[in-house]
Design a protein around this ligand. Structure first.
Ligand SMILES: [Zn+2]
Length: 132
């Protein structure tokens, strides 16, 4: 993937992260509005990382999403963004546009979903997958 596209996805993910943190921050300060003063700026990634409690306070679903977005940003930094973690082939740009946090190409994703379905039918408890 060329630099320009990487930057595009980076911008997309950073915006997403910003929105998520803002929402999570709002939810948190609602929960503890009596103590607003010491709450870190939720849009500041550095202060978020220094306050692990922040991530413990927010809802599980949001926390997972935030982590996914951060992982995607890490992949942009280390050059593995857009590469399927299962088969190693490139993920289509169309798929990345719709779902920039994805780590699987559509073929592997479909395969994984089929496997999960089979496991569920067998009554095996599969890991809860993130909704697409
Ligand atoms: Zn794949």
């Amino acid at each position: 993937m060329d630099q320009e596209k990487l930057l595009y996805f980076k911008g997309l993910l950073e915006l997403r992260l910003h929105t998520l943190l803002e929402e999570a921050g709002k939810a948190c300060s609602d929960m503890r509005h009596e103590n607003k003063g010491d709450f870190p700026d939720p849009t500041d990634r550095a202060s978020l990382e220094s306050d692990r409690n922040f991530l413990l306070r927010i809802k599980d679903r949001e926390r997972k999403l935030i982590l996914k977005v951060k992982e995607a940003l890490d992949r942009i930094d280390n050059g593995t963004f857009g590469i399927c973690e299962s088969c190693g082939r490139g993920i289509s740009e169309k798929r990345l546009m719709a779902r920039p946090v994805t780590t699987l190409c559509i073929e592997c994703k479909t395969e994984k979903e089929d496997q999960e379905r089979v496991e569920r039918q067998r009554g095996t408890r599969s890991k809860s997958s993130f909704p697409s």
